[in-house]
Design a protein around this ligand. Structure first.
Ligand SMILES: C[S@@+](CC[C@H](N)C(=O)[O-])C[C@H]1O[C@@H](n2cnc3c(N)ncnc32)[C@H](O)[C@@H]1O
Length: 247
């Protein structure tokens, strides 16, 4: 996640426009180090965040190094819980988020629908689930994408893609100027889900309305940070979108 404060702004604005009030309570599924939760608690004084992940070590690192550095009145509104997102812990909340495509670890329709059903039950009466998704012409294939930064190169690798199952293996590596590297730094074993499948499973799980927010591009084809609800969308080399599923 590049810009947690920007993502919180997006979620806040869209919740407000869908529901006509400010969202207060959040659960971050697959929360890892809890950076979205922290940005949420920072964004308004009354907001609380509950970050759920299976990996206690990652959570402990986030609690010590990220949340631990925030002022007490922010820190005390962020709670980590080591749990499976399928256990349906906590709630009811205004907003649930599952970002960074983490829900793609569920590789069958039955598993993903079950996860969506658990989230649906954990939301308040006007709660909203926010997800992200990506795809496009360059995605269902083996590919590599390098982004140079000042001190390191970020490398995104699509290491394997199976047409029959949509099993999709990806990894992030970092390469440094002295020739050293962390390869891989993170690996992902996903099913590449289409937007149609995600929408259908959300509806089957009971969500009343599924909104797809597409980013408006500028003349150079760069994202503007402004989103709209398209009636249809052209395929692109890579597209990326937010989904807001209303309970
Ligand atoms: C890609 S990371 C997300 C990191 C987080 N969004 C962040 O930006 O720091 C995926 C996370 O999902 C967690 N995870 C995987 N399966 C899970 C499950 N069934 N329940 C809860 N957490 C799970 C992993 O432990 C991992 O921390």
């Amino acid at each position: 996640m590049q810009d947690p404060a920007g993502e919180v702004r997006f979620v806040s604005n869209k919740f407000k426009s869908l529901r006509g009030r400010h969202a207060v309570t959040l659960r971050e599924d697959f929360g890892g180090t809890g950076i979205f939760s922290l940005a949420w608690a920072r964004s308004r004084r009354e907001r609380t965040a509950h970050s759920v992940d299976l990996d206690g070590e990652t959570q402990a690192w986030g609690a010590a190094h990220r949340v631990g550095n925030a002022p007490a009145q922010v820190r005390e509104r962020v709670r980590f819980e080591r749990a499976n997102v399928l256990d349906g812990v906590g709630g009811p909340v205004d907003v649930a988020v599952a970002f960074n495509f983490s829900y793609w670890i569920f590789k069958t329709r039955a598993e993903l629908r079950r996860y969506f059903e658990v989230v649906h039950r954990s939301l308040g009466p006007d709660g909203v689930l926010f997800l992200d998704a990506f795809g496009g012409l360059d995605v269902p294939q083996i590919d590599e994408n390098r982004v140079e930064h000042e001190d390191f190169t970020y490398v995104w690798r699509q290491r394997d893609y199976d047409v029959l199952s949509h099993d999709f293996e990806c990894a992030i590596s970092f390469e440094f100027d002295d020739g050293s590297e962390i390869n891989p730094a993170f690996t992902y074993s996903w099913r590449l889900w289409s937007l149609v499948e995600i929408r259908e499973l959300l509806e089957e799980a009971g969500f009343s309305k599924v909104n797809l927010f597409w980013e408006r591009n500028d003349a150079e084809g760069e994202g503007t940070g402004r989103f709209y609800l398209p009636k249809r969308a052209e395929n692109e080399h890579v597209w990326w979108t937010y989904i807001a599923a209303e309970r």
